[in-house]
Write a protein that binds this ligand. Structure first.
Ligand code: PLP
Length: 403
């Protein structure tokens, strides 16, 4: 066998779904009826209910978003036709950037093809081009942040997750003359806990550090007009750069940063993941723009999301099903063992038509496997009650840990 085939065949065995492998469930989210989705496996078709989507507010099926997307397809076609620099910038890209800058009260914003590339592309420049910079990064920061910092080549100090005392200790021990940057998420993507933003902003101010805040799981869902947790706490101006996505609360796709014009210009002019790729299709941008504009004026989806999340937390607590945190809409139920986590997810699907993905390593650390439940604005109170009933039955049957 050729060396390359042997090499990857061995690895493929390790990635078998029975082991560490990832199995991708094929679903067709039903526009207009989501969280309902079409599901097909081994020739069997069924309708299931999705409980792990990042389309938290259902904007991916909102009539205004769909109408804007369709109109842009009719007007501008399917793709953007080029990179932003070479023929790929539509007026819609510029409008969305202006809207996002305005949403966050920042001078300018810059769109990327995803939140992943926004973190990677922005941090590689912002950390990399500040001479002698020292970065303080939360230990549980998302892979895209880690990659951006790696690509910048910057020196890092890692602080314990959401531990502002540890951050203060590390920052105060650093050379006072070195430029500093603190990088963190507001609502954590997996644990669902919320960073102590006021304390972190205070530390940044005391030591003159720049701050880069990933609000991917907060924009659309929290704060006035959906501007995020920093805005909700009146702290948006304390964070130099706010980073977000159009792919979660805003239901479409694309990532962005918003911040001071000089920083945005540096990223626009030298970030490789920004420059060397095809721009987002105008239709996607039109959908994202419609979603952002809509959520700046409507609180209804945010309120439903909050109500459902609160109800789910309360019911799980009553049944002593352990969750990692009860401070956001991300309800991460702790299983703590990979095969049990997969079994629980399989049983929910087979018996109840409920889809919650088992989250195993490397997305979380070994022993911290979770079912990451995302009750959305698209669910009703009875749906939440039905979900908790189903989960509690499986919890009992598999003898999973209690809180
Ligand atoms: N940042 C965090 C904290 C995330 O959880 C994610 C994705 O899940 C991203 C960035 C990347 O965003 P996107 O899905 O738009 O690429």
């Amino acid at each position: 066998m050729a060396h390359y085939l042997e090499c990857f065949s061995k690895q493929a065995m390790r990635f078998d779904p029975a082991g560490q492998g990832r199995e991708f469930l094929e679903i067709g989210r039903r526009a207009g009826r989501f969280p309902a989705a079409r599901y097909e496996r081994d020739g069997v078709r069924a309708e299931i209910s999705v409980w792990c989507s990042n389309d938290y507010l259902g904007m991916g099926q909102h009539p205004q978003v769909l109408a804007a997307t369709k109109a842009a397809v009719d007007e501008f076609g399917a793709g953007s036709g080029g990179s932003r620099n070479i023929g790929g910038t539509n007026h819609l890209h510029v409008l969305l950037e202006k809207e996002l800058a305005d949403l966050h009260g920042k001078e300018e914003a810059l769109l990327f093809t995803s939140g992943y590339t926004a973190n990677d592309g922005a941090l590689s420049v912002l950390a990399g081009r500040m001479e002698n910079c020292l970065v303080f990064s939360d230990e549980l920061n998302h892979a895209s942040i880690i990659d951006g910092l790696r690509h910048s080549g910057v020196e890092k100090r890692i602080f314990r997750h959401n531990d502002s005392a540890h951050l203060a200790e590390l920052v105060s021990a650093a050379d006072p003359d070195r430029p500093k940057m603190i990088v963190l998420e507001s609502v954590h993507s997996m644990a669902g806990d919320v960073a102590p933003l006021a304390e972190i902003a205070g530390i940044a101010k005391r030591y003159g550090a720049m701050t880069f805040l990933d609000e991917v799981h907060a924009v659309g869902m929290y704060g006035p007009q959906g501007a995020g947790v920093a805005a909700a706490e009146g702290l948006a101006q304390e964070f130099t750069v706010i980073m977000g996505t159009l792919a979660k609360g805003f239901g479409t796709t694309g990532g962005y940063i918003a911040g001071p014009a000089a920083l945005i210009a540096a990223v626009r002019n030298s970030s490789r993941p920004f420059i060397f790729t095809t721009a987002l299709p105008p239709a996607v941008v039109a959908g994202g723009l419609a979603a952002v504009r809509y959520l700046r004026t409507s609180d209804q989806e945010r309120e439903t999301l909050r109500r459902n999340a609160r109800l789910m937390h309360r019911l799980l607590k009553e049944r002593r099903v352990p969750v990692l945190s009860d401070s956001s809409h991300i309800v991460s139920v702790l299983v703590g063992e990979d095969s049990l986590c997969k079994t629980a997810s399989d049983l929910l699907l087979e018996r109840h038509g409920i889809y919650v993905q088992a989250i195993n390593a490397p997305s979380v650390r070994v022993g911290e496997e979770i079912l990451r439940v995302a009750p959305g604005a698209v669910h009703g109170g009875d749906d939440v009650r039905g979900f908790v009933e189903a989960l509690a039955g499986i919890w009992q049957e598999l003898r999973l840990p209690r809180s």
